[in-house]
Design a protein around this ligand. Structure first.
Ligand code: C2O
Ligand code: CU
Ligand code: CU
Length: 530
């Protein structure tokens, strides 16, 4: 199928009206679709999976304190060249674990010392974990090079896929892009039960997939040099890595696999699907979990949007495939809706050799290569989720807008010593977050609390197409969330329960997880008052 770029279309037609976005353009550029089913030959590098050392290595802390250093490491990512990365390191039994996959139990007490081996300030934020503000990595707690920060907190979250990354003011995007990010898995009863019943084994058929786009220079080093436009749009890479592997290949047995997908990219949104070239068809994906753990039951889908910061926990059944069959995780082509008609933003994202936002991308090749005897059934139920009781709740409104220079939340940008949002401890609120039409998609993230998505209003067609019920929500909106993608023109309503058992006022953050936006100030302090 011939693909007409929407920008080109707008240019050639001489028409740049935003009304086109939701209306007539559907026939020309269908939302989230496949264009090329050709699977490239270059995907031959074995996917890095959590092992006992190296990138993503599994680390199970005991009751003792452990040390995590923010420092540098050289890894072979592009060809045989060594790329210099910023990474988190844990020394364990004479081995160095890089960006370790930290495995903890619900209720476990974690004691971690962060050592800043970088040449600038940093701090770790435990994305998704419900911890006291001093343990949350608010930029106010950033430490200088050579300094240490002691974390001590109890893991209160449900079983699920969380992650950790830097959060110093104005430096989050750069540090995350240069490699600082890791997965944190929480286990609880339901989680272990699921693993047992489907014989899921971490690192074998239960595999985290950290998807990140990066830009590399000639020497193979990561280049982070956003110009003014890229700071506004978000910095896009020219290569997409999974678990720090370029052009990755995963050989699978004919059984159930679980993938815990994290979009760890700074700015790129993916429309993920699993596609078979031979069958010329999409392979069913069972969404079993989102940001805050398992859903009530599996949702069968064939594609979903995942924005920076979000997690998708999926099951794929490979039992009926033939040995040698090849599949591809792909990001499908979609309309990035990135503010093209604003005159001062014309042509953005078209410079350099970056992959454009919304472009179709091959992510991970999968080859079926081994038989297994056992077959399993997709479970009927996973968990029971209680809706937050929002009767008599206050509705708080947020508006996401652009000034021509900056992204704002309710007309404001981040000021570390101002507290524009003050909520009461134990209160339950509805937040109505409206994104301007002349905008771009913003993945909005809340620290300190998990929320529930209630409704999507005025969604673009490509999002409406994925709705699972009358509320306009997509499967990715279900369960407990900490990040929700809000498209231009769209309003999303969420419910939040500000109950916690820490003493004193707590200061968290509400921000866009497009990390360039965040660093540019699309972030507000949130104070939870006693
Ligand atoms: Cu994952 Cu405040 O961020
Ligand atoms: Cu966070
Ligand atoms: Cu944003």
């Amino acid at each position: 199928m011939h693909r007409i770029n929407r920008r080109d279309f707008l240019r050639y037609s001489g028409f740049a009206g935003f009304s086109l976005l939701t209306g007539g353009i559907g026939a020309i550029l269908e939302g989230c679709t496949i264009h090329s089913t050709k699977t490239p030959k270059s995907f031959v590098t074995p996917l890095i999976v959590p092992d006992t050392a190296g990138p993503l290595a599994l680390y199970k802390p005991d009751s003792e304190n452990f040390k995590i250093e923010a420092g540098t490491a050289k890894l072979k990512i592009v060809n045989e060249k060594e790329s210099l990365l910023n990474v988190y390191k844990i020394k364990h039994q004479e081995k160095t674990l890089i960006n370790p996959t930290i495995l903890v139990q619900k209720g476990q007490e974690l004691r971690v010392t962060l050592e800043n081996g970088l040449s600038e300030d940093t701090i770790i934020h435990w994305h998704g974990l419900m911890v006291e503000d001093k343990m949350d990595g608010h930029p106010a707690y950033a430490i200088k090079p050579g300094e240490r920060y002691e974390y001590k907190f109890k893991v209160k979250n449900r079983g699920g896929t969380y992650w950790y990354h830097p959060h110093p003011e104005n430096l989050t995007a750069k540090q995350a892009y240069k490699g600082l990010a890791g997965i944190l898995l929480v286990e609880d009863e339901e989680e272990l039960q699921l693993r047992q019943s489907l014989e899921l084994e971490l690192g074998k058929n239960d595999i985290p997939l950290v998807i990140q786009d990066k830009r590399f220079d000639q020497a193979g080093n990561i280049l982070y040099n956003p110009d003014d436009m890229e700071k506004i749009m978000g910095f896009h890479g020219n290569k997409v890595l999974v678990n720090l592997t370029l052009n990755p290949l995963l050989k699978v047995a004919k059984k159930f696999y679980r993938f815990r997908i994290l979009n760890g990219s700074n700015a790129r949104i993916y429309c993920l699907s699993l596609h078979s070239e031979q069958r010329r068809d999409f392979i069913p994906i069972y969404l079993i979990g989102t940001d805050g753990g398992l859903l009530d039951k599996p949702y069968k889908i064939n594609k979903f949007f995942i924005s920076p910061g979000e997690r998708a926990d999926i099951l794929v059944d490979f039992t009926s495939f033939n040995t040698g069959e090849e599949l591809f995780f792909k990001s499908l082509a979609f309309d990035p809706m990135d503010n093209e008609d604003a005159e001062n933003m014309d042509n953005m994202g078209m410079q350099h050799d970056s992959l454009k936002a919304g472009e179709e991308i091959n992510i991970l090749k999968i080859v079926i290569h081994r038989e297994t005897e056992k077959t399993f059934k997709i479970p009927q139920n996973l968990s029971s989720l209680k809706p937050i009781n929002i009767k008599d709740s206050l509705t708080r409104k947020f508006r996401l807008s652009f000034t021509g220079k900056q992204w704002q939340i309710n007309g404001q940008t981040f000021n570390i010593s101002q507290f524009p949002v003050i909520v009461k401890k134990h209160s339950k609120e509805i937040w109505e977050i409206a994104n301007d039409k002349k905008s771009m998609p913003h993945p909005m993230h809340l620290h300190g609390f998990m929320f529930q998505v209630l409704q999507r209003l005025n969604s673009p067609k490509q999002v409406q197409d994925l709705a699972i019920d009358q509320s306009g929500r997509t499967a990715m909106d279900l369960g407990w969330k900490d990040t929700v993608l809000i498209w231009p023109g769209e309003t999303v309503r969420i419910a939040i329960d500000f109950t916690h058992d820490f003493t004193g006022d707590q200061v968290y953050l509400f921000h866009c997880h497009n990390l360039e936006h965040e660093d540019l100030g699309m972030m507000l302090n949130l104070k939870v008052k006693e």
